[in-house]
Ligand binder design. Structure first.
Ligand code: AMP
Ligand code: GLY
Length: 426
């Protein structure tokens, strides 16, 4: 097939890498892509958020499938533009992507579909926020109601900090600002990616993400500092429960509203003392989790994405998975997440990839004067695999050791608690 992947991150590089690793050769294109993909895909300097430009490129190339990676183009209607051009596209319409783009909308759909989630108050004034904080008590959870790349959420026991975040979020959007104040969910988090074609739901395997910047979950939230799969500690019925009680009812409710959801429904869960709860929905694969999940997928990805894009998921064979464990460690630039420094030279990727069971995916990288340099907060994903989490961790961290990027940082405890058997549902 001829396939165009839209986006610039390690998630999109992971998709390109998986497509390029299939037995059947494909002609791969990326818009705009990143330097890491250039060995496997032709790069096209097109703005990922410009639906007309992406559709025009897809038509010119004559692709069979467009895969939209990140949330911003989805919310901007890039999948709609491609679909209107008559080209199969993996990714929801702008209307359906509101499941991610608006937390208040997602809460409304969840209520209608009877999906278990945190109780929440949607607030438009600081006074309402203060009342909601006091109603739920500490720890406080305050969410900016809009796309914030995983960074719009504050979880804190400091009431003043919670109020300050709410005030900032309300002011940033002028008179239209809304924030969502939620009940705190205890228990470990799980990401489950559910492939959807508007009607049928096909779950992938669960993974766990590490959102805080520092070891032991210290410091602010980030886009995600690492991930692993499988989750040996998770209850065995989890995936079936999430499909039956969460993903399928949500997909049915979206269809009932006339805005069918196709693409991937990212179900972010907390396994709490009171049961499984949705923390958030996203309308695309999670980064850094998908880098780990795709490394275990044995079924050719291209056929699965095309089936989702063309409403044929009910006809596919069950997905096949490797029993290996996979750990993805993110190498971030100095100052991430507050103020990432750019332009530092990156070396050692080839040495990392020369190790057994290691591959490196690019995120914030650029080529300047022929040299690879950092160009964003999350710079690389170092993916290691092994027979168990200990082996996968060893592979991934051996890869990280080979990489030199001045001022960079990474977490040293990705999958460590799981390896030690220290993760449990309360
Ligand atoms: P979100 O953007 O909604 O995914 O939130 C980002 C992160 O904030 C989540 O992955 C959780 O770690 C944390 N979080 C969000 N909502 C809650 C909640 N109700 N209780 C506890 N932690 C939460
Ligand atoms: N892994 C978190 C996210 O993609 O939002």
């Amino acid at each position: 097939m001829k396939i165009l992947v839209v986006g610039t991150g390690a998630r999109e590089h992971a998709i390109v890498h998986a497509l390029a690793s299939e037995e059947t050769a494909h002609e791969l294109h990326a818009a705009p892509g990143n330097p890491g993909m250039s060995a496997q895909a032709a790069l096209h300097p097109v703005d990922a958020n410009d639906g007309r430009a992406v559709a025009a490129l897809a038509r010119t190339l004559g692709v069979d499938l467009v895969v939209v990676g990140p949330e911003a183009p989805l919310v901007a209607g890039v999948a709609d533009a491609v679909r209107e051009a008559g080209i199969p596209v993996f990714g929801p319409s702008a209307e359906a992507a509101r499941l991610e783009g608006s937390k208040a909308f997602a809460k409304d759909v969840m209520a209608a579909a009877n999906v278990p989630t945190a109780m929440a108050h949607v607030c438009t004034t600081v006074e309402q926020v203060a009342d909601a904080l006091d109603a739920f008590g500490a720890p406080y959870v305050v969410k900016d109601d809009g796309l914030a790349a995983g960074k719009g959420v504050v979880v804190t026991s400091d009431r003043d900090a919670a109020l300050a975040h709410a005030r900032e979020a309300l002011q940033a959007r002028g008179d239209d600002g809304t924030v969502v104040v939620e009940e705190y969910l205890d228990g470990p988090e799980v990401s489950l990616f559910c492939l959807c074609d508007g009607a049928t739901v096909v779950p992938m395997v669960p993974a766990q993400d590490f959102k805080r910047v520092g070891d032991d979950d210290a410091g602010p939230n980030t886009g995600g500092m690492g991930a692993y799969t499988p989750l040996d500690w998770a209850p065995s019925g989890l995936v079936a429960e999430v499909v039956d009680r969460i993903a399928q009812p949500t997909v049915d409710e979206m269809a009932r509203r006339g805005t069918p959801f196709s693409g991937v429904l990212y179900v972010g869960l907390a396994l709490t003392s009171r049961g499984t709860r949705v923390v958030e929905f996203n309308a695309r694969f999670g980064d850094p989790e998908i880098q780990a999940v795709l490394a275990r997928l044995r079924t050719p990805l291209s056929g699965v994405l095309l089936a989702a894009a063309t409403g044929r998921l009910d006809g596919i064979e069950p997905l096949r998975w490797s029993d290996d464990a996979v750990v993805n460690v993110v190498v971030a630039s100095q100052g991430y997440p507050e103020s990432p420094r750019k332009g530092d030279p990156i070396t050692g990727i080839a040495d990392a990839e020369a190790l057994d069971d290691v591959h490196v995916l690019h995120a914030g990288t650029a080529v300047v004067d022929g040299a690879l340099v950092s160009a964003g907060g999350r710079v690389l994903s170092v993916v290691g695999r092994g027979a168990d989490l200990a082996a996968a961790r060893a592979a991934s961290y051996a890869g990280v050791e080979k990489i030199a990027l001045d001022g960079s940082h990474h977490r040293s405890d990705i999958a460590l608690k799981a390896e030690r058997g220290e993760v449990a549902v309360p």
